[in-house]
Design a protein around this ligand. Sequence first.
Ligand SMILES: Nc1ncnc2c1ncn2[C@@H]1O[C@H](COP(=O)(O)OS(=O)(=O)O)[C@@H](OP(=O)(O)O)[C@H]1O
Length: 397
Amino acid sequence: MTLSVLNLPKWKDDSQILQKYLENNNTQWIFPKYMIIGLGCKKCGTSTLRVFIDKVVHHLKVEKRSYVFKELHYWDRMCPFVINLTTEEVEDCSMLKYVTTQQRTIEEDRVRSSDQFLLYFEKSPSYMVFPSVATALTRYSNFLQQHIPASTFQLKFLVILRNPVSRLWSDYFHTFASKYKTQGSTSPKIIFEHEILEHILRLETIMERSNSNKMFSSLPRDDIVVWKMKCLFNLVSKWNVNAKNHWKQRLEHDIVNSWIDTFDTMANVTVDFLAHPLLIFFRGCYFPQMLMYLNIMTGNTIIKKKFKVLQFETFVKNYNTYFQEIATWIGALRSTATFDFNAQLSPIGHASGDVMSDDVKLSLQNYYKSCNDGLYPFLNQFKPFIFFKNDTFYPWY
Ligand SMILES: Nc1ncnc2c1ncn2[C@@H]1O[C@H](COP(=O)(O)OS(=O)(=O)O)[C@@H](OP(=O)(O)O)[C@H]1O
């Protein structure tokens, strides 16, 4: 997919500055050999994944040359966030500043220092949803791959995806439980379920209302977002893995544009849109997000295995099977030693405790089917490159 036809967020082009830096790299080279960025998703086990990687580097005794960061939120929060992502430039962010921020964090820690680090790992679970982050990171990935030999530096991405129904429940619990508890005697579970069913009903009826004599522009802003979601769901339902290539590409382009447009509109709903229920729902629509990243990235990046996807449920069931492959992929030395990660990363149950009722679960499953139906065949197309071991992405329901 060519970038120019996509309605992508503007990004200030600093490739010349970066190129200059790369040409004068002898004096102050600040890039590690491998930089891994965990893109998300939120409430998909990203913290466990971080701990896992930390343990891998310790186990392989490369911890002095590796740094596993806490969430830096460089690309989603530290970069000045402009409201209209598609018309204004995000001016003050760059890959150089990102690496400098990482370096400063290490210096503040004052524990470790190394001439050239082997590995940096950072995850911030919202990177995945932001079109501006996707544009920036994929653009840098394409650029750096062209300009730095793989033996000097490699930028790679890691995504973990969880059943979107459990993800949503977890997000609701973490975002609202304490807030709702203070609001009255009704239990958060009942409020959550009520809100979830209301949202689904709103989505089902929104077309009717927008087709009536009420003007689209006079709809409340929240309704415009819901209407746009509905349009996105309709586009996704037309995607078919076996369709002719030119038709599929056109549709993928429309889906990505529709995601960006919906996200933009949502970002305008409220300043605190990251904690808005609409975004909590929308985050579980992984297919458009994966399309966005994988279609902007060059095919070469994918073939060179720089973008990996884990399925949460398979990963947490048996960490040990992933040890060797992940250790090699992140750039830690190959080792024949085995290690019992299961003993260290014990299974964790739902923090929410409350179990969702069956009717809410069913409604949510249908909801997420509408936006994720293409996910499994889409990801499985890249099976030899984007999964670890012999994984296949399997449907959650
Ligand atoms: N091993 C294992 N087994 C079962 N569940 C697990 C495991 N590791 C993480 N988790 C669950 O993942 C949820 C937290 O995800 P994140 O770490 O990505 O959260 S965050 O986005 O960083 O806030 C959170 O989900 P909920 O408990 O449902 O809220 C964790 O319990």
